[in-house]
Write a protein that binds this ligand. Structure first.
Ligand SMILES: *[C@@H]1O[C@H](CO)[C@@H](O)[C@H](O)[C@H]1NC(C)=O
Ligand SMILES: *[C@@H]1O[C@H](CO)[C@@H](O)[C@H](O)[C@H]1NC(C)=O
Ligand SMILES: *[C@@H]1O[C@H](CO)[C@@H](O)[C@H](O)[C@H]1NC(C)=O
Ligand SMILES: *[C@@H]1O[C@H](CO)[C@@H](O)[C@H](O)[C@H]1NC(C)=O
Ligand SMILES: *[C@@H]1O[C@H](CO)[C@@H](O)[C@H](O)[C@H]1NC(C)=O
Ligand SMILES: *[C@@H]1O[C@H](CO)[C@@H](O)[C@H](O)[C@H]1NC(C)=O
Ligand SMILES: *[C@@H]1O[C@H](CO)[C@@H](O)[C@H](O)[C@H]1NC(C)=O
Ligand SMILES: *[C@@H]1O[C@H](CO)[C@@H](O)[C@H](O)[C@H]1NC(C)=O
Length: 762
């Protein structure tokens, strides 16, 4: 009947959904349209209709049929009107370009069930007289230009089921409703759909939901309040709305924590609390929300861990907790299902992308280097495993603190070593010196045979003993294929990094010592120095390195706030340092790194980069290595040919270096999803479109006028390094040379180059 006038604008999906809703509503409450001619509209309704037309502005003449005779009002002659027994029951005029206002005479339509005026440009306030309509069931006023507040009287309409005052138009011509949400609406026992999104609603949401009376049940199914200025806590009483399926409170200013009572919303399928100021943890009561498919908690201040039941008991198809203060490891079921953008922006959250591999499988706990029973099986631990390990670690810790204190005390009193172990792997203290003196003698190595094990120091070491090392307090920093890394604080306060190698996969002691003595000699400003190793009486193997307080390049670059920018000279210093370290490995030590990532590049106090984790494959059995190489190179840093070749070489290392330089240029982590393509492909695609500047980290663009050429040339070089064809990639020597040409070494303070040529510091 209104098909002659097709809407001018194509409604968007939300609008279509609303239209479906309206149709459904019409079905729920069937309307008996009087079809015979001659029925006369009641005097009260006729007056109201005239007033309604007068107060609207109808530029397109849709209301022409509403003429003065009133004869056609209820005989189907008047556009958008339906009647029953001479009374208007439906006014439905969406998409008519209507302006003006709604008359206050609207209260005269005593039989009106539905008022649908969405997608017009009606202004003024929503008349409180709507509250006088005893039969009103549906009110669709979304996508208009109403101002003022929501009339509390709407809560008086005893039959109202659906109120939609939101704005969903792409054109963003919002209703501008201000003021709070009236308590009467909140107490309603008839409203199912309450949509108030995209308005200027302010104040807090009343906390009296579902308190409409004794023995009556609220029937709210959908509450959409997103994109307003609502403040205060999330109302606890929402937990009483057991029929609620959708809660959409995103983009407001709600604070406080998520009420535990929300766990009672057993029919909930969608909850959006994103972009608020919500703190506290994700409540354990969410375990009950087994129907929830979509959960968006992004951009809040949530703390604590992501509970594993979210992956195990819920079957989420959308999940987002990005930009909170969550910590711990992401449950594996969630990290495998959702890309890293769902988790980014949480400083202490790990395990959701290659670059955020969990440094702390158990949350930062302390665990000394006593032989323990669990053996890390690679990088992947099940959530259960992590929980067990964490629990185990706590118990072990308590026991061990006692033991260690006792051990250290006894040591001090008794003095000297106690030859406690009869059975030893490789021989006594003297044997260590003997072994060291054989073949390639490590020039600075010394052997210390105490506590039944053997400690060998390399050049530049701190003078700790095996007992000092074993009595040190230790904190797990990370796990890798080859073992676990701890930060150990010696009794005198010195700190070292200790890598405990997985036992079954290392070479036998003789071969191991030959190789480790070679690795221990490697000294370069950009390579992490090994200071000592320890062989325990039961075959434990510990490697001791310098401790780098600034952590890895990955955390330095990606886990920082906007208030700590990293400038271009610093990034360039890191790029050059890495290239120097890698060059030294390739040319002087004949070592292929095989797993160069920004997590394996550590930074000292002066942000001088030091490559870590090189050469360890030499300490492992061939069998172990062939297993490891199959997975070598973290995703995102791995040259494409490695998936077939399975053998790292200098060109695959250069590829990884190229990815890290791209990381420095773009500020993006290779783990971040960029529409499913990796960082090199993403950068290449943008450069191809000649949008080159779009790839650079915004921080760097501030100085683009000064360093623009340096950025571009470094970008070209990095893209050269990540060329899909290995033969096209430069060797690291050329990479270093070009980096030094792009930004010649400068005097420490001056920003200008003093003509200093390429440095070849070795
Ligand atoms: C009023 O409109 C109806 C159709 O809706 C028409 O039949 C009638 O003739 C019109 N009357 C006048 C006075 O225009
Ligand atoms: C927004 O509204 C203007 C005029 O009101 C119209 O020309 C334009 O096409 C609309 N845009 C969209 C995306 O609907
Ligand atoms: C809505 O809120 C915004 C932000 O506070 C404000 O700039 C704007 O003037 C408000 N609009 C109305 C109609 O109150
Ligand atoms: C979760 O469900 C259990 C069992 O159905 C129930 O006992 C418990 O009260 C619920 N928790 C909340 C917070 O509603
Ligand atoms: C966020 O919430 C905290 C308390 O939880 C409050 O102190 C702070 O002022 C709030 N910030 C904003 C912007 O509302
Ligand atoms: C989880 O949800 C998906 C779609 O959302 C569905 O295909 C799948 O069967 C569900 N799995 C379970 C165990 O319910
Ligand atoms: C969240 O983390 C930031 C940055 O580390 C910190 O400043 C802030 O205090 C933390 N907020 C809460 C609620 O823990
Ligand atoms: C998570 O939310 C952030 C911020 O709104 C968004 O950028 C990101 O794409 C979302 N990720 C997913 C997987 O929904």
């Amino acid at each position: 009947m209104e098909s002659k006038h097709t809407p001018k604008k194509t409604p968007n999906l939300t609008t279509i959904l609303h239209l479906i809703l309206i149709t459904t509503l019409t079905h729920i409450t069937p309307i008996q349209t009087q079809s015979w001619d001659g029925i006369i509209v009641t005097e009260a309704d006729f007056q109201a209709l005239q007033s309604f037309k007068q107060s609207l502005i109808d530029p397109n003449g849709f209301l022409k049929s509403w003429n003065d005779s009133g004869y056609g009002a209820c005989s189907g002659g008047w556009q958008g009107i339906k009647c029953a027994q001479g009374q208007v029951i439906v006014i439905q005029l969406p998409f008519r370009g209507l302006g003006g206002q709604i008359t206050t005479k609207i209260g005269q339509f005593q039989a009106l069930r539905k008022l649908s005026l969405h997608n017009n440009i009606i202004t003024g306030s929503i008349p409180k007289e709507l509250g006088l309509l005893p039969n009103l069931r549906g009110l669709q006023l979304f996508n208009n230009k109403f101002t003022g507040s929501i009339p509390a009287s709407l809560g008086l309409c005893p039959l109202i089921q659906s109120i939609d005052l939101s704005n969903n138009l792409v054109n963003l011509t919002f209703n501008q409703l201000t003021g709070g949400i009236p308590v009467r609406i909140v107490k309603s026992n008839s409203i199912k759909f309450l949509a108030l999104g995209y308005n200027n609603l302010s104040g807090s949401v009343p906390d009296s939901w579902g308190s409409g009376g004794i023995g009556v049940k609220p029937v709210f199914q959908s509450l959409t309040f997103d994109h307003n200025l609502l403040t205060g806590g999330l109302p606890v009483s929402l937990g009483k709305l057991t029929d609620v399926e959708e809660i959409s409170f995103g983009h407001n200013r709600f604070s406080g924590s998520i009420p535990v009572e929300f766990g009672g919303l057993l029919k909930l399928t969608s909850i959006d609390l994103s972009y608020n100021n919500i703190s506290g943890s994700i409540p354990t009561s969410f375990e009950n929300l087994t129907l929830v498919k979509s959960m968006n908690l992004a951009h809040n201040h949530l703390t604590g861990e992501i509970p594993s039941f979210l992956g195990e008991k819920l079957n989420l198809s959308e999940f987002n907790v990005s930009y909170n203060n969550l910590s711990g490891s992401v449950p594996s079921r969630l990290s495998s299902k959702f890309d890293s953008s769902a988790f980014v922006g949480n400083l202490d959250l790990c395990g959701y992308s290659p670059s955020t591999a969990c440094p702390t499988s158990p949350p930062p706990s302390t665990a000394p280097f006593q032989p323990s029973n669990h053996r890390g099986n690679g990088n992947k631990l099940s959530t259960k495993g992590i929980i067990l390990i964490a629990a185990g670690a706590v118990i072990a810790l308590l026991l061990l603190i006692c033991c260690i204190l006792l051990c250290c005390l006894l040591k001090k009193r008794g003095g000297g070593g106690r030859p406690k172990d009869a059975e030893r792997g490789g021989g006594e203290g003297g044997a260590a010196a003997a072994a060291a003196g054989k073949g390639e003698a490590p020039p600075q190595a010394e052997a210390a045979g105490e506590a039944g094990g053997k400690l060998v120091h390399f050049e530049g070491t701190m003078g700790f003993t095996a007992d000092d090392l074993l009595c040190a307090t230790a904190e797990i920093m990370g796990k890798s294929t080859y073992g676990t890394v701890y930060k150990a604080t010696l009794e005198d306060g010195d700190q070292v990094a200790v890598k405990r190698l997985r036992e079954k996969i290392t070479k036998n002691q003789r071969e191991f010592e030959v190789e480790v003595n070679l690795l221990g000699k490697i000294r370069h400003p950009n390579l992490l120095a090994m200071r000592a190793y320890y062989l325990g009486p039961k075959g434990e193997k510990l490697l001791v390195f310098d401790y780098m307080p600034k952590g890895s390049l990955a955390t330095f670059l990606h886990a920082r706030g906007p208030e700590t920018p990293v400038d271009w000279p610093t990034r360039m210093q890191i790029a050059k340092g890495m290239a120097r370290g890698l060059l030294s490995l390739h040319t002087h030590h004949n070592i292929i790194h095989g797993n160069l990532t920004s997590s394996n590049v550590l930074l000292d106090e002066t942000i001088n980069p030091k490559i870590a984790d090189f050469g360890l494959s030499r300490l492992m059995t061939t069998a172990a290595n062939s297993n490891v190489i199959a997975t070598a190179g973290a995703l995102g840093y791995r040259a494409p040919e490695l998936s077939k070749l399975k053998k790292a070489n200098t060109k695959t290392d250069v590829y990884s270096l190229g990815v890290i330089i791209l990381e420095l240029l773009t500020g993006k982590s290779p783990g971040e999803a960029m529409n499913g393509v990796d960082l090199p492909q993403w950068v290449a695609s943008i450069v191809k479109e000649e949008w080159t500047n779009e790839v650079f980290d915004l921080e760097l663009m501030k100085d683009a006028s000064v360093i623009g050429d340096e950025l571009l040339n470094t970008l070209k070089l990095a893209l050269h390094c990540v060329d899909p064809s290995p033969s096209a990639r430069p060797e690291v020597q050329l990479v270093l040379q070009q980096l030094e040409e792009i930004r010649p070494e400068t005097a420490a303070s001056s920003g200008d180059d003093g003509g200093a040529g390429p440095s070849t510091s070795e």
